[in-house]
Design a protein around this ligand. Structure first.
Ligand code: KG4
Ligand code: ZN
Length: 338
């Protein structure tokens, strides 16, 4: 089954064609990052306009690259939530028009389910059940993937997402947007024990997380050093910050592995590209005899191939939409309104 997949929830316009949920025939991305960098973050109105400009050409490019014709496509899938509403709407409207014109099923895909499914592309042998640590720019959660479309959220951040904090720290340090990759690079030259930063333990659920205290403490430390004219060891600050994020994530994952008895652990989302976090997950989980699945860096960030992968399993579960499909800025991974 050849699925044309569309992703436009943030600042990447992406179109892919994925066969049977596992085989990427083509994965086209038009990134807007350079444009938003001027403003230090994504400007939603600019993002929506750029998606409109890019999406038709990308879909044509996807077909041309595979040598397929429109009649070789069996379904159209699209990220319908969550994301910047204007941006998601561009993809949803394009997908609806394409499905109508091709007379093929329309498959709505939750963006975070797509991130999890990136692992199916990287690891053909991976099948649920497994545990997944989702760490992106907008979400941070530990998900028990019981089946392809049956998931349980064990814990989530109660405030900021991990990626949001990476971006904020990077921005205050004058690093280019999005800051995560630059903080990661700087941290590799620093000492993670140099600055004492908090690890919060919020609420009654041991799997819930909080990053806003860490973000505030990091920003206060930077501002204070500047005010008193103290030299900041930026690589060590980045390393200490990254270690605090990792120390918030990894022990919760370990506890969740113990509680669920899962023997497979995957990671998903842009922050799963972080070298320290990847290293800590690998070291810790493998010591427990757990098999670890870390998507290659290209599949950690936003792309449409992951949407095409999840779409196949949504289709098999009967999750198709009609022309009434809407876009949503927020929606839980379980499909509930939040
Ligand atoms: O999953 P993603 O591409 O988009 C969302 O769905 O949010 O994640 C983007 C986030 C950004 O916050 C970015 O700074 C972060 O992933 N990121 C990283 C790294 N590469 C990207 N964070 C830490 N270390 C990295 N190497
Ligand atoms: Zn994403």
């Amino acid at each position: 089954m050849n699925i044309l997949a569309i992703e436009s929830s943030c600042d990447e316009t992406a179109v892919a064609i994925v066969r049977d949920g596992r085989q990427v025939l083509t994965d086209c991305i038009a990134s807007q990052v350079d444009l938003h960098r001027i403003y230090g973050g994504v400007v939603p109105e600019i993002a929506s306009r750029m998606h409109i400009e890019a999406i038709y050409g990308l879909a044509d490019q996807a077909l041309a690259q595979t040598g397929l014709t429109r009649s070789d496509l069996d379904a159209v899938a699209v990220t319908y939530a969550p994301g910047l509403i204007g941006a998601v709407l561009v993809g949803v409207n394009f997908a609806k028009a394409a499905a109508l014109a091709l007379d093929k099923p329309l498959i709505p895909v939750h963006h975070i389910r797509g991130h999890i499914a990136a692992n199916y592309l990287a690891y053909p042998q991976l099948e649920p059940p497994f545990l997944c640590l989702v760490v992106s720019g907008g979400h941070t959660m530990i998900v028990d993937v019981r089946d392809y479309t049956d998931m349980q959220i064990l814990g989530t951040t109660l405030d900021d997402a991990a990626g949001e904090c990476f971006d904020k720290v990077g921005r205050v340090l004058g690093m280019p947007y999005p800051g995560g990759a630059a903080v990661d690079k700087a941290a590799q030259q620093g000492q993670s024990g140099k600055y004492d930063l908090p690890r919060s333990k919020p609420g009654a659920n041991p799997y819930d997380m909080s990053f806003s205290g860490l973000k505030t403490a990091s920003l206060n430390l930077i501002h204070h050093a500047r005010q008193v004219g103290e030299d900041l060891d930026i690589p060590s600050l980045c390393a200490s910050f990254t270690q605090a994020v990792s120390d918030t994530l990894v022990p919760r994952v370990v506890q969740a592995l113990a509680q669920t008895g899962r023997k497979r652990l995957a990671a998903a989302g842009g922050v799963a590209a972080n070298s320290r976090i990847r290293g800590d997950i690998l070291k810790t989980a493998e010591a427990l005899g757990v098999t670890v699945y870390l998507p290659p860096l290209k599949l950690c960030g936003d792309n449409a191939a992951m949407i095409g992968a999840q779409a196949y399993y949504e289709y098999l579960a009967g999750n198709v939409a009609d022309m009434g499909l809407n876009a949503y800025a927020t929606k839980s991974i379980l499909g509930e309104a939040i």
